[in-house]
Design a protein around this ligand. Structure first.
Ligand SMILES: Nc1ncnc2c1ncn2[C@@H]1O[C@H](COP(=O)(O)OP(=O)(O)OP(=O)(O)O)[C@@H](O)[C@H]1O
Length: 211
């Protein structure tokens, strides 16, 4: 369980999130809301990439930052924008992430090939990331997040820049993981996921409430 207790985030003088309360449990939770409302900010807080200005985040009842190491062990995170190592191949990058996560590399490589096969990236895994299009980069960021079957999966617009069929395949993998994991994501395709979700939260005017 991932719990937020009166979590607020401020950048300079701008309050982006104000006293957010929610318990995230297994299943798929969607974050919706207008552009600039704070969805990516909330995901960064949940992924321990940033700290709240006020309030408490708990992972299995233990507060951050004390729980950070355990939580990161359980985490797969696909941020919206990330600087990828252009000179590495996709597969080398994935193995680098797997090593950071402490995964057994042979099994992780096998899993990476299976994921990339499912999302149409298989033919490109041995190519340098520098040669990748926007949609290919997005699928690579998504694939690395799934390595090791994380108990907590945080996805920021995983279906952006993807064609309908590829987005559907990505969606299938997300729903499969959501059978046992806590999956929290933003997507412009929220209608397509809506029938299968645990909760839809609306981020608007600094607050986060059930949609
Ligand atoms: N590092 C930062 N420093 C200053 N302001 C920031 C920072 N990150 C985000 N913001 C501001 O916080 C607000 C929320 O941004 P955020 O990216 O979380 O919104 P969003 O709901 O994800 O938007 P979108 O749907 O367009 O991706 C925006 O006003 C943004 O300018």
């Amino acid at each position: 369980m991932l719990s937020l207790d009166r979590v607020s985030k401020r950048y300079g003088r701008k309050l982006v999130l104000d006293r957010v309360e929610h318990d995230f449990g297994p299943g798929l939770t969607l974050l919706v809301g207008p552009s600039g409302a704070g969805k990516s900010t909330l995901l960064r807080l949940l992924a321990t990439a940033e700290r709240p200005s006020w309030g408490t985040i708990r992972w299995d009842g233990i507060v951050l930052p004390k729980a950070r190491a355990t939580m990161r062990q359980a985490l797969g995170y696909a941020p919206q924008a990330v600087d990828l190592p252009e000179d590495l191949t996709a597969r080398e990058f994935a193995m680098h992430i797997a090593a950071l996560k402490g995964l057994e590399l042979k099994a992780a490589d096998k899993q990476f090939l299976s994921i990339t096969d499912a999302i149409g990236l298989h033919a490109d895994v041995n190519n340098r990331i520098a040669t990748f299009s926007g949609g290919m980069r997005r699928r690579l960021i998504f694939a690395q997040a799934l390595l090791g079957n994380p108990k907590l999966l945080i996805l920021d617009e995983p279906t952006a820049e993807l064609d309908g069929e590829t987005a559907r395949r990505v969606g299938d993998l997300i729903l499969e993981r959501a059978r046992e994991a806590i999956v929290i994501m933003t997507t412009h395709l929220s209608d397509a996921f809506a029938p299968k979700v645990r909760a839809v939260l609306r981020v608007d005017d600094r607050r986060v409430l059930p949609a």
